[in-house]
Ligand binder design. Structure first.
Ligand code: UD1
Ligand code: UDP
Length: 396
């Protein structure tokens, strides 16, 4: 069986590590994976670093699309992916998440009848002003196999008309999933949905101890034994709106009076910080001894930071979840989240870009640090589960 996997943005490269590892370890005799990097992310610390550190095979193709407007970027990717699919004739294309690379893969594949496997299907923010919401809806509705990491994802797909076999087991930790309708071979018009756990959870479990051994970021930043907050900000709704970006950074300055704040800066944010924040605020941020601004870090480094932080503040989807994996409370800098379970369990609070809500959430977690983190994200073997289902679908 041949799979063409599309990656492009940082979180997709990291997710691909789990699937490629599972193929290498358990399915090498049955599955050939062709990796296509769209080039959406291209700085070394947004791309190459993960291939080196997480032992992801070198991409077979790199489209080098780089940064551009949504339309231009997606169009360039779609053109490149279509040509590769025609040449490679895969059994499936594998798409992760909700970026423009996902959208391009979905459009290119669906139009030339290459069946789509969507990993991280069913997530919804119910906010169509997010580019990611458009991307994930389109991808889900063009897919043949949909792997949803959470029960909320499953419910969303049900609501959108996907047929779910209610009789099927639905607990991912048993290594099984909730299947779509019937035993007929799945197609784009008769797709199959599986609830299977989160592939990022596979990675976090796999790399947590390796990170402890192989990184020295905690020592390097002189954080050993000190409480600190880990912050990440990159969502366009925050970076592109000066008022929201200022509110977030003002809150971080407030917090830094009580606790050190470590902030690995996404390149989007580094650029917009300089144009969208007043000079005085920039000076405060750059001169504060308690705000440690650093370039994007590697995956092993970020999970070491997540593991040692007292609390996480983020607008990232991946970092929200990882804070939960490592049993840390999380303040989410968005009005809503796709990962609703972590809010419902009380381990994360939606604070939007609102200074007083951020400070209230901080006070809340300081006084009531959460102690229970129920298993929401599966058993750490989502990748193997998905590969089994992909293989069995081919032989149906
Ligand atoms: C993209 C995804 C977002 C995801 C995020 C992960 C879309 C629409 N957005 O957002 O869902 O959460 O990746 O990080 O696909 N840049 C660099 N170097 C790089 C990459 C980007 O400098 O290697 C800068 C460029 O100025 C670029 C900007 O960051 O214009 C934004 O990059 P882009 O890939 O368009 O969107 P992200 O904000 O990274
Ligand atoms: N990440 C990383 N280095 C960083 C910041 C994040 O390796 O400096 C990882 C993080 O652990 C998570 C993924 O990148 O696995 C999340 O990517 P990002 O926040 O860019 O995007 P999102 O998940 O919001 O789409």
């Amino acid at each position: 069986m041949k799979l063409v996997t599309i990656i492009g943005a940082r979180p997709q490269i990291i997710k691909a590590a789990a699937l490629s590892r599972a193929i290498r370890n358990h399915y090498a005799d049955r599955i050939q994976e062709v990796i296509v990097h769209t080039g959406q992310h291209y700085d070394d610390n947004m791309s190459q670093i993960f291939f080196d550190e997480l032992q992801i095979p070198r991409p077979d193709y790199n489209l080098h699309v780089g940064s551009a407007s949504h339309g231009v970027q997606t169009a360039r990717m779609t053109e490149g992916i279509e040509a590769i699919l025609i040449k490679e004739q895969p059994d499936f294309i594998v798409l992760y998440g909700d970026t423009n690379s996902t959208l391009a893969g979905a459009v290119a594949a669906a139009k030339i009848h290459v069946p789509i496997v969507h990993i991280e299907a069913g997530l919804r923010s119910f906010n169509k002003s997010m580019p990611e919401e458009i991307n994930r809806i389109v991808c889900d509705h063009c897919s043949t196999l949909l792997f949803t990491p959470t029960k909320a994802g499953l419910e969303n797909l049900k609501r959108e008309g996907f047929s779910i076999d209610e009789g099927g087991p639905s607990t991912p930790s048993t290594g099984s999933g909730t299947e779509g309708s019937g035993t007929a071979k799945p197609t784009i018009d008769n797709p199959k949905v599986y609830h299977c756990g989160d592939i990022m959870y596979d990675n976090s479990l796999h790399f947590a101890n390796i990170a402890e051994e192989k990184t020295d970021i905690i020592q390097r930043l002189e954080l050993k034994g000190k409480p600190f907050i880990l912050a990440t900000i990159h969502r366009d709704s925050n970076t592109d709106q000066p008022q929201r970006l200022s509110a977030i950074f003002n809150a971080l300055i407030q917090l830094s009076k009580e606790c050190q704040v470590v902030l690995p800066l996404h390149p989007r944010t580094s650029k917009l910080l300089k144009t969208n924040l007043e000079e005085k605020l920039q000076e405060q941020i750059f001169n504060s001894p308690n705000i440690i601004l650093i370039p994007p870090v590697s995956f092993l480094e970020i999970i070491a930071l997540e593991r040692h932080a007292q609390l996480v503040i983020t607008d990232s989807g991946g970092v929200q979840k990882e804070s939960y994996f490592f049993k840390k409370p999380c303040i989410i800098l968005r009005p809503e989240t796709e990962w609703v379970e972590i809010v419902h369990t009380g381990n994360a609070i939606l604070a939007d870009a609102d200074g007083s809500r951020i400070m209230d959430a901080w006070q809340h977690f300081k006084n009531n640090p959460p102690t229970t983190f129920p298993n929401i994200f599966g058993d750490g073997h989502a990748a193997e589960f998905m590969l089994d289902k992909i293989i069995s679908c081919k032989v149906l």
